[in-house]
Each structure stands twice: as C-alpha cells, then as structure tokens.
Design a protein around this ligand. Structure first.
Ligand SMILES: Cc1cc2nc3c(=O)[nH]c(=O)nc-3n(C[C@H](O)[C@H](O)[C@H](O)COP(=O)(O)OP(=O)(O)OC[C@H]3O[C@@H](n4cnc5c(N)ncnc54)[C@H](O)[C@@H]3O)c2cc1C
Length: 420
C-alpha cells in the first residue's frame, strides 16, 4: 500500500514505528520546514510520559503497550537521564485527598525535560529516514484532501491508498476543512477546559513533589463544575504560548535549570449543550478578552487574595513570578472569566488548602488564561481509506496515548490488508 501520513508528531511516530518494517510505502508530510524546526510536533516542551489508565486519552491502551512506548522514547535519550514518579501509590496520600472530596488520579510518569526533547526527536527521525520505504516531505502544509473510490488525493495531487491524518491540535485548519466537507464525521464537540496556571514556592508542596512529582486530582466543586490539576512542574517555569490570534499561559520544567517555584494548572471543565457547538470559539474569545485587557500577547497575573476578592493586583509580595516580566500585566482575572469559572477555582483552592496548608496563601500567584481545547471527536469508521490519529482525532491528549493511537492504527491497517 502507498500510505500518506500528514504531520510528524507523536501519533505519526507510533504509526511509523509499527509499520516501518512492512513493505508499505510511507510518505510523511510535515508543515515545518525541517526536523530541527522548533514547531515540529507537540513534543517540544516538558516531555512527561505518563502510564495511566485514567488520563491521556479516551481510547483503550493497555499498560504493556504504554510501557513499551515509554521505553521507546527513553531509548532515544543520550544517556537514559530522566526523572520518575508515580501519583498516589502512597495510600496515605490517597486517603488524605479522598477524605476531603478529591478524586486522586493514578499514574506513573517519566519526565524527560524540555532540554532533551529535540535530540530525541532527531534520533527518531534519523532512524526512520534510514528506511528505504519511508519518505519525508517537509514544508508541506496540507490544506485539503479529496476522497475518491479506493484512493485519497492530497492537495498536492498525490494519490494514496490510505491517508492517516496526524496533525495534532496545530492542524485545526485542515481538520476544519475536512469537517466542513464531511460534517457527519464529527461525533462530539461540547467541551473546553478553562482556568489558570498557579504558582507557589516549592517548600509548600515539597513533600508532595518528592513523593510523586506530578500530583493529579479532580474535584467536583460547589458550582457543579469538575476542576482538576494538570501539568505540575516542581522547580519549573511559567511561559506564554502564542496561538496565532491570542496568547495563553503554560508551564514546564527543565532537567537542568531549576527555579524556586512549583507551578500547575487548575482547570475547570465547561461542558455545554445544544445548540452550542463551538467550544474552540468560546475558549478563543475568552483568551482574546484576556489579551485585550493585558495588551497584545500578554496574560494577567494576580495574587490569590486579590483574585478571591476581585481586586486588581498592584503589588506582589513574597512569591517571585517565573514568567518573564514583559509577558504579563498585574490585573484582575475576574474581568475576563465568567463568575462560575472563578468560583470553581476558588472553591478548589480553598479545599486543597485543607489538604496542603499554604496553597491558599494570599500572595500565591495565578496567571490566566490557561485553556485546553478538546478536539472534535472524529469517527474513524466513516471512511475506509481516511483515518485520524492522535490529538486531532479528539481521542488523545498526551504523548503516550497519541503514539499508541498511531501504533494501533498501523496494526489495524496492516491486519486489514493481510485479510484482503
Ligand atoms: C507546550 C506543550 C507541552 C506538552 N507537554 C506534554 C507532556 O509533558 N506530556 C504529554 O504527554 N503531553 C504533552 N503535551 C501534549 C502532547 O504534546 C500531545 O498530546 C501530542 O504531541 C499529540 O500528538 P499528535 O501527533 O496528535 O500531534 P503533534 O505531536 O502536535 O504533531 C502534529 C504534527 O502535525 C504537523 N501539522 C499540523 N498541521 C499540518 C498540516 N496541515 N500539514 C502537515 N503537517 C501538519 C505539526 O507541525 C506537528 O508536527 C504537550 C503539548 C504542548 C502544546
């Protein structure tokens, strides 16, 4: 078979790794100009590889495959240097959080660190490139495709027996074009996660960081919204990310350079119902509102006390922000978030403070907006020759789940062709 894979990110890596020894002809189309380009794939910041049945995606991926894929990425590091941890295997912690209404999320993880991700990606690319049946085409931003009987045509006029779309979230334009053509391919699109990046001194969460590095909990707040922690970065850094028409906040940690603060996201899941059908539009408008208040490409920083009492922050006290000064203004997050979201976050922090004293300190920092978009869920049974893998399919949200999705799709296509 002549197979095209659009995008060279985590899902494509899983797909190619599984299929590379077959006699299929594989063409990889990637919009970045080359493999060194920093925008290639979501595997560019932090690099935490999770092994969990409870997070990372909505597809079923057995633990053995998850572990195998973690080992695959680790095998591409220079000298097998990484940090490890596991969330809530310590029963005492589990019980403490559970008793206060939190749902602890069980997971194991392996932190590679932003600093070595580029080199890992390069090693993977070098390996794939050495295969005669694998062809890379960089600088190819695929914008459209056409489904013909037994073939799929890409906009560059190449025809393929199968096309696997693996464009991640940054490929939303292509996905939108496909959805406009085939609206029936969408099965669900109603959710968006909105919240803040929270930053506090390491010592407040030191025991927890040492015990599990990444603590993940969910909490049903008094507003009815589910709130969760996401992406904990001990001794980490807060950064802004540019999404084209707006900027948002994020956090990461490095293997070598360390700060005095820990940051993690506190996210509220907003699930809306008919006739609403544009969670990305809703989240983007709120993000733009923040940028309107803060100035182009800037986010709002506020102390916890001021956030709670809806007062603009004018001065900081003991906690020094790790986000570069040019990227934020001191302000009031309440001017841009709907009340129910703000109340959910406050309720979460107040309750977390009971388990971890110091979380609700007046001078801890909140940066906003941090928004996580869920991609539309796409139906992979709709077309015989066109498949969607990784984050663009709406089924995954992590490196390991996206890689596994690609791997499992390759397995499925190879089995099908054997049976034909
Ligand atoms: C800042 C950041 C940090 C993250 N940290 C972690 C983490 O620590 N742990 C974790 O598990 N997950 C993390 N994630 C999520 C993780 O990166 C994604 O879940 C995963 O990479 C999804 O894999 P994917 O293959 O679906 O998409 P991606 O890895 O994003 O790859 C998609 C590729 O498609 C290309 N592309 C897009 N559109 C086109 C087009 N039209 N034509 C050709 N090519 C195109 C893109 O350039 C990209 O290379 C992070 C994400 C971000 C943004």
């Amino acid at each position: 078979m002549k197979i095209a894979i659009i995008g060279f990110g985590a899902a494509a890596i899983g797909f190619i790794e599984k299929i590379k020894d077959s006699d299929n002809e594989i063409h990889v189309f990637e919009k970045s100009k080359d493999v060194y380009s920093s925008s290639i794939s979501g595997i560019r910041a932090d690099g935490k590889l999770f092994v969990s049945k409870e997070m990372g995606g909505d597809i079923e991926v057995d633990i053995t495959l998850q572990e195998k894929l973690v080992e695959y990425y680790i095998s591409k590091t220079e000298d097998r240097k990484f940090e490890v941890g596991s969330s809530f295997t310590n029963k005492e912690y589990y019980k403490q959080f559970y008793a206060k209404g939190f749902q602890p999320i069980l997971s194991e993880f392996f932190h590679l660190g932003t600093d070595q991700l580029k080199q890992i990606l390069f090693k993977i690319y070098e390996d794939f490139k050495s295969y005669k049946n694998i062809h890379f085409h960089f600088n190819q931003n695929i914008q459209d495709l056409e489904i013909l009987p037994g073939k799929v045509l890409l906009d560059n006029d190449d025809a393929f027996d199968k096309v696997v779309v693996a464009v991640g979230r940054s490929g939303h334009k292509l996905i939108k074009t496909i959805i406009n053509k085939f609206p029936e391919v969408v099965t669900d699109n109603t959710k968006v996660d909105m919240g803040v990046r929270f930053e506090l001194p390491n010592h407040i969460v030191n025991d927890l960081n040492k015990e599990m590095y990444e603590f993940k909990v969910k909490y049903k707040s008094k507003t009815g919204y589910m709130v969760r922690t996401f992406c904990n970065n001990p001794s980490g850094f807060v950064v802004t990310e540019n999404y084209g028409d707006f900027a948002m906040v994020n956090g990461h940690a490095k293997l070598k350079e360390k700060s005095k603060n820990t940051n993690f996201a506190i996210l509220t899941t907003v699930k809306l119902t008919h006739p609403f059908n544009d969670p990305i539009g809703y989240g983007s408008h709120i993000a733009k509102l923040f940028n309107l208040l803060a100035g182009e490409r800037k986010v709002i920083l506020q102390t916890y006390k001021n956030f709670k009492f809806s007062k603009r922050t004018k001065h900081l006290y003991r906690v020094e922000p790790t986000l570069e000064r040019d990227n934020y203004i001191l302000g009031d997050i309440n001017l841009a978030f709907p009340r129910r979201i703000a109340e959910s976050i406050i309720d979460f922090i107040e309750n977390l403070d009971v388990v971890i004293p110091g979380i609700a300190n007046d001078d801890n920092l909140l940066y906003a907006p941090e928004i996580k978009f869920y991609s539309n869920k796409l139906n992979n049974d709709k077309f015989e020759d066109l498949k969607f893998v990784g984050d663009c399919s709406g089924e995954t949200r992590s490196i390991i789940y996206a890689t596994a999705h690609g791997w499992l799709m390759a397995e499925r296509l190879m089995k099908r062709s054997e049976n034909e």
